[in-house]
Design a protein around this ligand. Structure first.
Ligand code: NDP
Length: 450
């Protein structure tokens, strides 16, 4: 980056930080994009005059609300709900809902910001949004989760709609939570529409939506590997997390010929040198909602270790971080590189710190950034919206073929954009630039309301 571009980034970030103090994850996500875009912005009077990046970094609307609910003891509990409606230039706001005690404005703003570019990359007409609550579903009964979801939706329903804002799942929000929220939305609004995605197959959901993010991440990694005439075949793979994204990334990595030897949760990780038994993992995580440590009780010879960062010390060829933001720091990335890992492809959102990304670059590793690599989930949500509007349901195979096509196109668009900006193969720069262009052009075309 030349001096003028560097100065642009520093001035831009200084203003952003002053306007959004105490939001480190948001600052991190915006800085990464600003650094990729700065060389173009400084040579474009129109982007500067129309303050396009400045506007993209300011949410169109932020909704914060009280979520009171009754626990099983009959006591009142109070959580905080959020919806960030970040950008609607190319379609209705679209993005998941996260239920996790760590949820705050900074995390949701970073996710909504990333989502805007990710949704643009899918080429489907979806704007960017994200929402959630500091509610912790862990250890709660189904009844408590239902009461919380109903209270959450009682407020949220007035802000969303199939043509306005279409939420989906994320950490802590799977099929059960989407069902409870959809039921409440339908009750209050008296309409059966595609306002939420990730619904059950028999009531408006798309085939492949549960699998889509994990499968899509592997399809993206496959394209990256192909640039080196390589594939998943015979590769050792480490995958963090053991939730929705991790489970289906494991399934697809194995189908493509890889051997997944490790999975984790927020307490620790399992190592199974023979390859993890996915049926055992699914029974533990999807049916019993138990901890990944249970795996070693059922699979002799497998190991469990406390502490989730240790997973990156396991020698592997391919690492797929599929748990949470900033889970790979510079130190963990250095361990991956030293152990011969050649590919990092992100199923989670922003799982690599800037220091980790610098290590990947310094070691010539292939790096698939989240906003491109994990876009398969929202892309399939987009396909669910289309099916809902058409009142049709496509087959599993049809949706899978579309998902593969979308992931291949995202890869090539990001690759071509990286080449066009003189950074061939840098998919982070390519994805940021390719995702930005469509949103920026739509914002320029739509003008500014004075
Ligand atoms: P799930 O809730 O299904 O699973 C999350 C997994 O990550 C769990 O194993 C969880 O462990 C672990 N985890 C969560 N928080 C932490 C933490 N602070 N430290 C360590 N481990 C943690 O969520 P998803 O699989 O849906 O989401 C995983 C990632 O993928 C997130 O970054 C999400 O934003 C991203 N993503 C998800 C999409 C989707 O379609 N679901 C789409 C695109 C991106 P534990 O059970 O102990 O909390």
């Amino acid at each position: 980056m030349n001096e003028q571009a560097q100065q642009y980034v520093e001035d831009f970030m200084a203003r952003l930080i002053a306007r959004n103090p105490g939001e480190p994850e948001f600052h991190q996500a915006v800085r990464e994009v600003a650094e990729s875009l700065a060389p173009h912005i400084v040579t474009s009077p129109i982007l500067q005059k129309m303050k396009v990046l400045e506007r993209i970094a300011e949410p169109e609307r932020v909704i914060i609300f009280r979520v009171p609910w009754l626990n099983d003891k009959g006591e009142i509990e109070i959580n905080r709900g959020y919806r960030i409606q970040m950008n609607s230039a190319i379609g209705p706001y679209k993005g998941g809902i996260r239920f996790h005690p760590s949820v705050n404005l900074s995390i949701l703003k970073f996710l909504a910001f990333e989502q805007t570019f990710k949704n643009s990359l899918t080429t489907l007409p979806m704007g960017g949004g994200k929402g959630g609550s500091d509610f912790n579903p862990k250890g709660k009964s189904d009844n408590e989760v239902m009461k919380f979801c109903q209270s959450f939706m009682t407020e949220l329903q007035r802000h969303i709609g199939q043509d306005t804002d279409v939420p989906a799942g994320d950490i802590g929000v799977g099929g059960r939570e989407i069902g409870f929220m959809f039921g409440q939305y339908k009750r209050l609004r008296d309409e059966f529409t595609g306002t939420l995605t990730g619904k059950g197959r028999d009531w408006g959901g798309s085939p492949l939506r549960p699998e889509a993010t994990g499968y899509g991440t592997c399809y993206f990694a496959q394209e990256m590997l192909a640039t080196r005439n390589d594939s998943f075949k015979g590769k050792t793979v480490c995958i963090s997390g053991s939730g929705n994204v991790a489970i289906y990334a494991t399934e697809k990595a194995v189908q493509l010929g890889g051997r997944v030897v490790a999975l984790s949760d927020s307490n620790g990780y399992i190592y199974d040198k023979d390859g993890v038994k996915l049926d055992v993992v699914k029974a533990i995580k999807l049916q019993r909602r138990a901890r990944i440590s249970e795996y070693v009780k059922e699979v002799p010879g497998a190991e469990y270790h406390e502490g989730c960062a240790g997973i990156w010390g396991i020698p592997c060829d391919i690492a797929l971080p599929c748990a949470t933001q900033n889970e790979i720091d510079g130190e963990s990335a250095a361990k991956l590189a030293a152990n011969g890992c050649r590919v990092v492809c992100e199923g989670a959102n922003m799982p690599s710190t800037p220091e980790a990304i610098a290590v990947y670059e310094a070691n010539g590793m292939l790096y698939g950034p989240a906003k491109a690599a994990n876009a398969g989930g929202v892309a399939t949500s987009g396909l669910e919206m289309s099916q809902n509007s058409l009142r049709l349901s496509w087959s599993f195979e049809e949706v899978d073929a579309r998902l593969k096509d979308i992931m291949t196109n995202i890869f090539h668009n990001a690759y071509d954009a990286s080449k066009a900006c003189g950074a061939e193969g840098n998919l982070m720069v390519g994805a940021n630039v390719a995702g930005f262009i469509k949103v920026a052009e739509a914002m320029l075309a739509q003008g500014v309301a004075y």
